[in-house]
Design a protein around this ligand. Sequence first.
Ligand SMILES: O=P(O)(O)OC[C@H]1O[C@H](OP(=O)(O)OP(=O)(O)O)[C@H](O)[C@@H]1O
Ligand code: HPA
Ligand SMILES: [Mg+2]
Length: 175
Amino acid sequence: MAETIKVLVSEEEVEKRIRDLGEKISKDYEGKQVHLICVLKGGVFFMCELAKRITVPVSMDFMSVSSYGDGTTSSGVVKIAKDLDESLEGKDVLVVEDIIDSGRTLSYLLEILKKRNPNSMKLCTLLDKPERRVMDVNVDYVGFNIPDEFVVGYGLDYAQKYRNLPYIGVVEGVE
Ligand SMILES: O=P(O)(O)OC[C@H]1O[C@H](OP(=O)(O)OP(=O)(O)O)[C@H](O)[C@@H]1O
Ligand code: HPA
Ligand SMILES: [Mg+2]
């Protein structure tokens, strides 16, 4: 069977939710500067859209970690391919992710980042699959809770494809 994509969250729904999250974050960080950390590659589309909806001063940095390779299950081994450029000392850090699935990537990453002495550190994810959690992760802002299905779009890939879809979809017809 050929791969097809079924829409799970439409472009309009994603955009509306990101606007609402941006509003909430702007209120919560009033009077502060928020330092957004994008977890590449998946987090990049969400972070750019979210940043546009935040009205307090924003700075950004990027980190690349990978645990999935080209498959649909986590290898369990998280690798840092690119570290942040700047120190986190004294900053109000908001880590931005596309999805929390097993929680392995984020629990590993948050442990490392906490040691760099930020003033505060919170986590924002576009998608959360709570049923799949293996490692506990405390999430502050969630776009959508989704069922246990492998999703693509808005930064999420299947074998590096479909990241550019402007909506969230489920891949059908894969082994
Ligand atoms: O909660 P987990 O089970 O750890 O899964 C979530 C992580 O897996 C995906 O990244 P991936 O490692 O595939 O790299 P990518 O962002 O470059 O696609 C996704 O973007 C999250 O970072
Ligand atoms: O459902 C998913 N889709 C794409 N990448 C992922 N990484 C963890 N879960 C997923
Ligand atoms: Mg990722």
